[in-house]
Write a protein that binds this ligand. Structure first.
Ligand code: NDP
Ligand code: 2IT
Length: 446
């Protein structure tokens, strides 16, 4: 057995991956919560599965040259981390954001392995993206970038190899431009990307899936505690794809949505964001590509510049923007204000100290790899429909999504419950790990 303690393993991980702090953080969370399980099941440690599962199968990094509207040449860096294919083709989103670097994509790819395992579908783990910033770019510039990015990426992906999708900064527009370029270069019309538009191979409910799934997961956690979303005050961070559809589902289930945010600030609407106001946000963010502050101008409510929503009194918090947006202080404030449930729409929005506080205060805490798995799950359903050359109805996909979220909740309860309290972090990590690790062992040293 190569590692006797968690610290030994983590020291080695850090020396193999210097400076990759988000990646270290994501690995620590998993290893810390499965360590006791590994000690009871030492065959995993004897076969050195931890070192294998934290080493990506392949990392691609490449130059992305493109021309802006002035005719100048711009250079970005493109990535695809093909992390683990033990249970299916690499699957995971592409993020376009100036903060993107290898550490962030390795943390996201690592999380994706366990998340995809939890979905019950045959999906491996991967993630990619670029430090390209779509903000303020014209459609033409976004298209130039996407075409150049896909010119290189197309050599490495395929519907049975690696199937990217959207993430921060990558929505329907970007998926369209990338799909067009892939088809042109490879001369094949296949389900190589998910999140496609309905006319050309997309699935109903895929745009809604992550946000809906996150709320279904919250509802399952509450139900398990003889409670429900009805009448609850809900704060949401972010105002992009995940935040918007989380809000839609909360409203539908009788909750009151009080906030949205973006990277400039937070709006707080004590009257609640109803369907009409949500339609304004969707138009503002998806069509006008404006700032959330405009909501407070239109509806005459509070706007907190450079601030996140966690100080607003609530019953339920849905972080749906980005990683490390809830720290220990935020967690303390949420708990002090009576928050009983946190369901993560974003990936790793709570840092390690915040998670410890949530768990020690017995908050219903759904970690991203469980709570936001609905997005990739419906991506998996999009892949199934593409392979079969048919489309399922809205109701069919939504029912499957609900069943998958219930199943994930059940796996967390099975592996994470002790003395009637479910530690969903532990449950999700152990359940996600077992399927992948056993598949790796079955397939030999590859
Ligand atoms: P979008 O690009 O649609 O929206 C992102 C939102 O988060 C925007 O409101 C954005 O504000 C805000 N945001 C992004 N970065 C920061 C930052 N550094 N600080 C503050 N706010 C920020 O992305 P998605 O809604 O798709 O993704 C949101 C989260 O959900 C991410 O963590 C993603 O990994 C995760 N996720 C997404 C899935 C999907 O299917 N799309 C599936 C599972 C998880 P601004 O406009 O100012 O940048
Ligand atoms: O983080 C995620 O799960 C996503 N961005 C969605 C991935 C996908 O392949 O649909």
């Amino acid at each position: 057995m190569k590692y006797q303690t968690i610290d030994q393993f983590l020291e080695n991980l850090k020396s193999r991956n210097p400076g990759e702090i988000e990646f270290h953080q994501a690995v620590y969370e998993v290893v810390d919560s499965i360590w006791d399980f590994l000690k009871d099941n030492t065959h995993y440690l004897h076969s050195n599965i931890l070192e294998r599962i934290t080493e990506p199968e392949r990392v691609l990094m490449f130059r992305v040259p493109w021309r802006n509207d002035n005719g100048d040449v711009e250079i970005n860096r493109g990535y695809r981390v093909e992390f683990n294919s033990a249970i299916g083709p690499y699957k995971g989103g592409l993020r376009f954001h100036p903060s993107v670097n290898l550490s962030i994509l390795k943390f996201l790819g690592f999380e994706q392995i366990f998340k995809n395992s939890l979905t019950t579908l045959p999906l491996g783990g991967g993630k990619g993206g670029s430090n390209f910033d779509p903000k303020g770019k014209s459609d033409n510039e976004v298209m130039s970038f996407c075409q150049s990015f896909m010119t290189e990426l197309s050599r490495h992906i395929g519907s049975d190899t690696d199937v990217p999708a959207g993430d921060i900064g990558v929505g329907g527009r970007e998926i369209g431009y990338m799909f067009g370029q892939y088809k042109r270069i490879r001369n094949e019309f296949t389900g190589v990307l998910t999140g496609k538009a309905l006319n050309w191979g997309g699935s109903l409910i895929r745009p809604e899936a992550t946000g809906y799934g996150c709320v279904y997961f919250a509802e399952e956690m509450l139900k398990n505690n003889n409670d429900s979303l009805d009448g609850k005050k809900v704060i949401i961070s972010g105002s992009g794809n995940v935040a918007q559809y989380a809000a839609e589902k909360v409203i539908e289930l009788g909750g009151k949505v009080l906030s949205f945010s973006d990277s400039s600030g937070t709006i707080y609407d004590p009257e609640g964001i109803n369907k009409e106001k949500l339609a304004f946000v969707m138009n503002l963010k998806n069509i006008q590509r404006g700032r959330i502050k405009e909501y407070s101008d239109k509806y005459n409510c509070e706007y907190y510049e450079n601030s996140r929503p966690w100080h607003i009194k609530c019953d339920i918090a849905l972080p749906c923007a980005t990683q490390n947006e809830i720290n220990e202080k935020d967690a303390k404030t949420l708990i002090k204000n009576g928050c009983i449930c946190v369901s993560e729409g974003a990936n790793m929005p709570s840092d390690a100290d915040a998670i410890n506080l949530f768990l020690s205060n017995k908050i219903l805490f759904g970690p991203g790899k469980a709570a936001n798995a609905g997005g990739v799950a419906v991506s998996g359903l999009e892949m199934s429909q593409n392979k079969m050359f048919l489309n399922w109805s809205r109701n069919e996909v939504d029912t499957k999504l609900q069943n998958i979220m219930k199943n994930i909740h059940g796996q967390c309860v099975e592996y994470g419950t002790n003395k009637k309290f479910t530690n969903y972090v532990k449950g999700a990590n152990i359940a996600g790990f077992i399927k992948v690790a056993d598949s790796m062992l079955d397939q030999g040293v590859v």
